[in-house]
Design a protein around this ligand. Structure first.
Ligand SMILES: NC(=O)c1ccc[n+]([C@@H]2O[C@H](COP(=O)([O-])OP(=O)(O)OC[C@H]3O[C@@H](n4cnc5c(N)ncnc54)[C@H](OP(=O)(O)O)[C@@H]3O)[C@@H](O)[C@H]2O)c1
Length: 275
């Protein structure tokens, strides 16, 4: 699996990781076996970055990821989790991180993100104070944010005394190109990794219609690929972009992983950019 530098850390992260949104408390045994088998296989083929959050399935996603971590060498994995902005006080925010660590069964995250900018309280400043304290306490190796505008990102970075935000995780895909067009140039210039979530539009792009489908199919045929592979390839053919498709289906996993090797021409990128 191709890897790229995470922010300006000097550390490499796989260009394709694995999302875990959709894991819920109500899964039966067979479903859990399937989810874990897919995550395990993903790890074997180099998709060692696993993305989770305290909010996913009320903590169930972190628990299942924890079981996968326990069956692997911790150092081979890159684990991201996220603080949900429902906690108001510094102590309760820190406690949320400790609980994530407990569910994951690890002492330290690789990356901890603020999941969303604060809706009302607490303010960005307080979130950044907490994130910096968690770094100092050794609860996470790196910190970042998610769903922040460039303005909010700059504000957040400004509050940090001795730390840098290494990523902004943003919803971005072939149908939702706003962030690629409007904010990617900023993150490229600043050396901040742009992590694209929902690379397959959250539902797998199985019901695409019209012009978008036609363009994707044309490029997919020319590359002996599927439209999903082209959608993923389009994202990671941009400098400084990594992505975290979610699948609990082994065929989809293998197919998605192959998208990392698709090099789109300038002409193909332009055609897709204009969708
Ligand atoms: N920071 C945030 O606010 C935020 C928000 C949303 C998501 N995320 C993260 O980003 C990850 C990915 O985003 P996402 O889960 O929203 O959606 P996504 O990865 O865009 O799409 C996932 C859907 O696509 C299907 N799929 C995957 N590969 C496929 C293929 N090759 N062919 C057909 N269908 C395919 C999956 O079903 P199968 O399982 O059946 O393959 C699933 O239903 C999440 O899991 C989560 O970790 C972060």
């Amino acid at each position: 699996m191709i890897s790229v530098e995470l922010g300006k850390t000097g550390e490499k992260i796989p260009i394709l990781g694995q999302g875990t949104w959709g894991i819920k408390k109500s899964h039966n045994k067979e479903e859990i076996i399937q989810i874990k088998a897919t995550l395990e296989r993903g790890i074997e083929i180099g998709m060692t970055h696993i993305d989770t959050a305290e909010a996913y399935g009320g903590g169930r996603s972190e628990e299942i990821v924890g079981e996968v971590i326990a069956a692997n060498r911790r150092d081979d994995l890159f684990i991201t989790s996220k603080l949900f902005p429902k906690h108001v006080g510094v102590d309760s925010m820190k406690k949320a991180c400790y609980k994530s660590l407990e569910r994951l069964g690890i002492d330290c995250l690789d990356l901890y993100l603020v999941h969303w900018p604060s809706f009302v309280v607490p303010k960005i400043e307080k979130h950044m104070r907490v994130m910096e304290e968690l770094l100092k306490e050794g609860k996470t190796r790196y910190i970042g944010v998610s769903n922040y505008s460039v303005k909010q990102f700059k504000e957040a970075q400004g509050y940090l005394k001795n730390a840098e935000l290494v990523t902004n995780q943003l919803g971005c895909n072939i149908k939702r190109q706003k962030h690629i067009n409007e904010s990617l140039p900023y993150y490229q210039k600043e050396g901040v990794t742009f992590t694209a979530y929902s690379p397959l539009g959250h539902r797998g792009f199985t019901n695409l219609k019209g012009d978008l489908r036609e363009k994707l199919e044309k490029i997919a045929n020319a590359n002996s690929a599927t439209i999903q592979q082209i959608a993923i390839a389009w994202l990671i053919n941009h400098d400084n972009v990594i992505t975290i498709p979610k699948t609990f289906n082994l065929d989809h996993l293998h197919s998605n992983s192959e998208a990392a090797d698709i090099k789109l021409s300038e002409e193909e990128m332009k055609l897709l950019q204009s969708i």
